[in-house]
Design a protein around this ligand. Structure first.
Ligand code: 16G
Length: 241
């Protein structure tokens, strides 16, 4: 019933509407992380849709990382946060899509001059001013990642514009990046990082470096993130040459 009610009549195809509707109930927390969805057959019957439509909608959400299928057991809202590598979403968007509450604790949100590492990564001349953010990122009360970002002051004129989400602030300025280069590395987290993320000694993390660009090639951010290895999965679809 909820699903029927939420179905956005604007989307042209039934499976797209259903995909959106299921996304909405997860975002609203009506089906929680780890919980099961009704079976394909029950959904099809309750919504008077074909099973092909239901399967296609669910398949799309599995690809998005929002749902997980376990053989013989059914379809569940993913417990781990599964991030498709090819999509450039923000931390805030990833969490909201799962009905979680993103927030940040700021250690730094200020203007400064680029340091040598940032200058090289962003191809900026020494002395260029940037907004620098250093944040601990939470889902509700649970810390999930540590992030350090630098954004040229020319694209983000005031650090105060970042209330919580960097991409939201950039979006409002018309400077949301459209492309990015990303490097992922496995790391053993250091003592300070472990303390912040409340993890035991020896825990693994994913160090992700992202350089993002505008359509015209200008660099928007250089961000170094340390994501918890016990929660995040990065997935990609591969094709042979
Ligand atoms: C993600 C990005 C990070 C970006 C941030 C913006 C990865 C590995 N990194 O964490 O580069 O700066 O989102 O999130 O996905 P925000 O808009 O919530 O601040």
């Amino acid at each position: 019933q909820r699903l029927q009610h939420d179905t956005a009549a604007r989307l042209p195809l039934a499976y797209m509407r259903l995909r959106r509707a299921i996304r909405n109930v997860i975002e609203n927390g009506e089906v929680q992380v780890g919980h099961a969805l009704p079976s394909e057959r029950d959904l099809a019957r309750a919504l008077t849709l074909s099973r092909v439509t239901v399967r296609k909608a669910i398949g799309g959400l599995v690809e998005d990382g929002l749902l997980t299928q376990r053989h013989g057991a059914g379809t569940f809202v993913s417990e781990r946060i599964v991030k498709p590598l090819s999509r450039m979403t923000s931390f805030t968007e990833d969490l909201r899509a799962r009905g979680l509450n993103p927030r940040s604790e700021f250690f730094e949100r200020a203007i400064g001059e680029v340091n040598p590492e940032e200058a090289m990564a962003m191809n900026l001349s020494p002395g260029t001013q940037v907004v620098r953010l250093h944040r601990l990122r939470y889902a509700g009360d649970e810390p999930l990642a540590i992030e350090r970002s630098a954004v040229p002051l020319s694209l983000l004129p005031d650090p105060g514009l970042v209330e919580d989400s960097l991409y939201e602030a950039l979006d409002k300025l018309g400077n949301r990046p459209t492309r990015a280069l990303q490097r992922l590395r496995a790391v053993v987290l250091g003592p300070a990082q472990l303390r912040l993320l409340r993890l035991p000694i020896g825990s693994a993390g994913l160090n992700i470096e992202r350089r993002s660009f505008l359509d015209d090639g200008r660099i928007v951010e250089f961000t170094n993130s340390w994501y918890r290895g016990d929660i995040y999965d990065f997935v990609a679809e591969l094709q042979s040459d």
